[in-house]
Design a protein around this ligand. Structure first.
Ligand code: HEM
Length: 408
């Protein structure tokens, strides 16, 4: 028997402005903030004509959508396709599940990536950071994306999960980029990322096998959660795949974006150089200011009115974290300025509610380890060319950061 899936909104709700702009055009991906401002100012939601979807950009509405997981569900996909109507291209994992399916997966992940366990990994991260920063300082013309952010994350995160070292660079970054691309529209850029990621899902799945994992890593610990009956064995593969899909690019981007932002604000780099313990505040402010995971979708499970916008059941909604994190209604008149002394409490770069990033504890240990060491040893970052923007429908970062470093 066919399951009836509600169609959702097919036109703008009463009082909602309709916009012809395309947030995924190359100019808007290059600098999304002027459009984000117009969208926020147009009302709690705007209707994007080209995509037929209500979009939310104000902090309070975005937060409300994220915390009310019963009304704004993820199980119908966090991309534009309603997965209740069209089956997904691969089995749905933790990110695209609702309770009760989501709950045991989340329990297993939380116990493996617990803050206490991640703090224990820190000495190893620090030791590699020392060696790598020394190597970068000895390089005549380093590219801080390739030589530092990617190199560091590929090594320490890959080792923490417990996968083999061979093939990581060739597979993991483009695999992540391809996965995140499915959370945006099917345009040329998406097809480019899918083409670049071809063959990587097979490599990743092979590395999720129990026999391929080191016995002490997070991957093996997920399998132990299956042994203990917390999750069925087939979900162990999905969870390790989720770590490898969601955990690499995002952390590389958090490190890269901090470096780009602070290189462009030398007075704030001087502050972290003087006191490297400030780096954790700089990372958080950069996550707010240039959020790496900028947008995704939810689907309404029932008819609902959100901030005066009436949305029928089955409506896809577009949620812009990157815009909410720049909303002056929350962050004041300086929302569009980088300020590492700002109180960033409540910023949404890791999401909010039951799907809030489960990888946060390891991501923070990684980025703090490498950036603290870098801040201690580098007095000044001189850009030798403009950083190249990384173009992606849902991720925001740079793909090169050529620099000359002045060591302390
Ligand atoms: C700075 C780095 C990172 C950022 C900005 C980031 C961002 C996010 C965001 C915004 C969400 C919520 C998505 C939603 O609500 O639909 C999320 C969820 C998730 N993240 Fe991260 N993430 C980062 C690092 C990591 C790492 C290192 C891992 C791997 C260990 C990871 C694994 C996950 C998983 C598995 C989920 C789904 C959680 C759930 O549905 O319960 N992330 N992340």
């Amino acid at each position: 028997m066919a399951i009836e899936v509600p169609q959702g909104a097919t036109e703008p709700a009463a009082g909602v402005s309709s916009l012809a702009d395309d947030p995924w055009s190359i100019p808007n991906l290059t600098d999304p903030y002027p459009l984000f401002e117009r969208m926020r100012d147009a009302g709690p939601a705007v209707w994007l004509e080209q995509y037929g979807v209500h979009s939310f950009t104000r902090f309070d509405s975005v937060r409300e959508i994220l915390v009310d997981h019963e009304t704004y569900i993820s199980g119908a996909g966090v991309g534009p396709t309603n997965l209740h109507a069209t089956p997904n291209w691969r089995p749905q994992g933790i990110l695209e599940s609702d309770p009760p399916r989501h709950t045991p997966m989340r329990t297993a992940m939380t116990s493996v990536i617990a803050p206490r366990k991640m703090r224990a990994l820190r000495p190893g991260f620090d030791a590699y950071a020392q060696a790598l920063v020394g190597q970068v300082l000895a390089t005549a013309a380093p590219d801080l994306v390739h030589d530092l952010a990617e190199e560091f994350t590929l090594r320490v995160f890959g080792d923490a999960v417990g996968i083999g070292r061979e093939g990581r660079r060739e597979n993991l970054l483009s695999h992540g980029a391809m996965n995140f691309s499915f959370f945006g529209p099917d345009n040329d850029l998406h097809r480019q990322h899918v083409a670049t990621g071809e063959g990587t899902p097979e490599w990743v799945l092979a590395n999720c096998e129990r026999s391929a994992l080191s016995p002490d890593g997070m991957g093996a610990q997920i399998w132990e959660q299956a042994d203990a009956g917390v999750i069925p064995p087939e979900q162990a593969t999905l969870l390790i795949r989720a770590m490898l899909s969601a955990g690499l690019d995002t952390t590389v981007f958090a490190i890269t974006n901090t470096l780009v932002c602070l290189a462009r604000h030398p007075e704030q780099w001087a502050m972290v150089h003087d006191d490297p313990t400030l780096i954790k505040f700089a990372i958080d402010e950069t996550l707010r200011y240039e959020s790496p995971f900028t947008a995704f979708f939810r689907t309404t499970s029932r008819d609902v009115v959100l901030d005066g916008v009436a949305l029928p059941a089955g409506s896809k909604l577009l949620v812009f974290l990157g815009a909410a994190n720049r909303d002056p209604r929350k962050w004041g008149d300086t929302a569009d300025q980088l300020d590492i002394t700002r109180d960033t409490g409540g910023q949404l770069a890791f999401g909010m509610g039951i799907h809030q990033c489960v990888g946060q504890p390891i991501s923070r240990q990684e980025s703090q380890a490498v950036l603290e060491e870098f801040a201690r040893r580098v007095a000044h970052i001189e850009l030798t060319a403009e950083p190249t923007l990384y173009l992606h429908n849902t991720l925001r970062s740079w793909s090169t950061l050529p620099a000359r470093l002045v060591s302390a």
